[in-house]
Design a protein. Structure first.
Length: 320
């Protein structure tokens, strides 16, 4: 009996030694692809920095999604970011940027912040958040989203306002996985519904309307009208003064938070009430967080916002 106890103790001790080694080893094998380096164009400094894929993905997550979000939402974002990144890289058939693989300018590709800015942003939560994001990257190591065996355009935005937009309605380019889907999980996003007032002078400056005409005829009613809406309910055609504008142009030129808006005029200008934030195509970040809170996995999240996709190892993607 004593011998059996001794054997059991020895066996348990042995397992305690072996198990961490196995886990570490599995993790190391799994992250093989993510440890490859990436050349990042730091647009603010106008220089290229080569860094590990892990560091780049963590820095992009840090810039693009609140670190306080649920782990499954961060994992979904990690896969989206890795997929988007791979698509820009020459080794996966992308064009790269200024001799680098990708730019940190969100207007070109996606935002990124390095360690100094992460420390500034997170303060005394730095260690915890850094570890949390590192885990989201490692837990999904090497995973990308594909459709028909090809990397998808993994677009994402802050909050869709109840329904995502299709790529067709925003960019007039139909992609089977970027269709409009319902989203009931993002209503607690900050500034979800917001009033934005734009003066007639600003409308004149940005849309080329005649401010005097608008001001003179400003009895409210017919200065602005959303003539029709897209399938997801966003403003498609908007009539302002005597001119017609595409809803997405109005959003872009007047810097509205989304094209999901209603509008009314008063004597000083137009008051837009927007719902959600961003272009609305693809993964809805606040929706992802809501889905995670409701118990959905990162794969559930990805396959909801990107319909019909497969999550698979990047090694399986054909390199050019
Ligand atoms: Zn949403």
């Amino acid at each position: 009996m004593k011998r059996m106890i001794l054997m059991t103790v020895l066996l348990l001790a042995g397992m305690m030694l072996i198990i961490p080694l196995v886990i570490v080893d599995t993790e190391r094998t799994a992250v093989k692809e993510d440890t490859g380096n990436i050349r990042v164009y730091l647009h603010e400094e106008d220089r290229i920095e080569e860094m590990t894929m892990d560091d780049y993905l963590i820095g992009t997550l840090a810039a693009e999604m609140p670190a306080a979000f649920e782990e499954e939402a961060l994992k979904a974002q990690a896969v989206a970011v890795r997929t988007y990144t791979a698509q820009q890289m020459e080794r996966y058939g992308g064009k790269g940027y200024k001799g680098a693989d990708i730019s940190t300018d969100y207007r070109v590709h996606q935002a990124y912040i390095g360690e100094a800015k992460q420390r500034e942003k997170w303060g005394d939560k730095y260690d915890a958040y850094r570890e949390k994001l590192r885990h989201a990257v490692r837990a999904t190591a090497g995973e990308v989203a594909t459709y028909d065996g090809k990397l998808i355009r993994a677009l994402y935005h802050s909050s869709c306002g109840g329904r995502t937009a299709s790529s067709q309605e925003v960019w007039d380019k139909a992609l089977a996985y970027l269709v409009s889907v319902p989203c009931k999980w993002d209503a607690d996003a900050p500034r979800y519904r917001e009033e934005q007032r734009v003066t007639f002078a600003d409308i004149a400056a940005n849309l080329g309307e005649d401010a005097t005409v608008m001001t003179a005829s400003a009895d409210g009613s017919d200065i602005v009208q959303v003539v029709n809406r897209t399938e997801s309910g966003r403003a498609d055609l908007v009539r302002i003064g005597g001119q017609n504008y595409a809803g997405y142009d109005v959003r872009a030129k007047l810097a509205l938070r989304s094209a999901n808006f209603t509008a009314r005029a008063d004597k000083d200008g137009i008051v837009f009430t927007t719902v959600g934030y961003g272009h609305g195509v693809g993964l809805c970040q606040y929706g992802a967080n809501g889905m995670a809170k409701a118990g959905h996995s990162y794969r559930d999240i990805l396959t909801h916002y990107y319909q019909g996709i497969t999550v698979q190892p990047i090694e399986q993607i054909k390199r050019i």
